[in-house]
Write a protein that binds this ligand. Structure first.
Ligand code: SF4
Length: 132
């Protein structure tokens, strides 16, 4: 993902400090929750919130406009890259008003699904249901 992202970075307005997409739904599976816990000091909540729609709410790991768990961020964050000429449509207040074609990371998606299957990590949660 890092290599692909480095290539795509020539064509994207995404840059450090722009965190609009950290206000969208951020799905995490059990294997990613365990990965975040293992490499950060943050532990999951004892009871996950039942709220499901967090669009517009910042991710708990967004600190001063940057990802505080960048090296262990969820797969969905690694896949997110904008290929429009500006980040105008990334604004969570208008991002749902349009649809844009998405890059497909088919083989990586399949590899990620294999990891989830092997670790019996079938459920998805929003990161804000799990971490504060
Ligand atoms: S984990 Fe990091 S990159 Fe992903 S939404 Fe949260 S702050 Fe943004």
């Amino acid at each position: 993902m890092n290599e692909l992202y480095e290539y795509a970075s020539r064509y994207t307005p995404c840059k450090k400090g722009c965190s609009d997409c950290c206000h969208y739904a951020v799905t995490v599976s059990e294997v990613e929750i365990a990965f975040i816990e293992k490499f950060t000091r943050v532990k999951r909540q004892k009871t996950f919130s039942s709220k499901a729609d967090f669009h517009g709410t910042p991710c708990p790991f967004l600190k001063n406009g940057s990802c505080s768990i960048y090296d262990v961020r969820p797969f969905v964050c690694r896949r997110h890259v904008t290929l429009t000429s500006t980040n105008t449509w990334c604004n969570p207040n208008i991002s749902n008003n349009e649809t844009f074609p998405l890059l497909r990371f088919t083989s990586l998606d399949e590899a990620f699904d294999d990891i989830r299957r092997e670790s019996k990590s079938f459920e998805f949660y929003d990161i804000r249901q799990v971490f504060k």
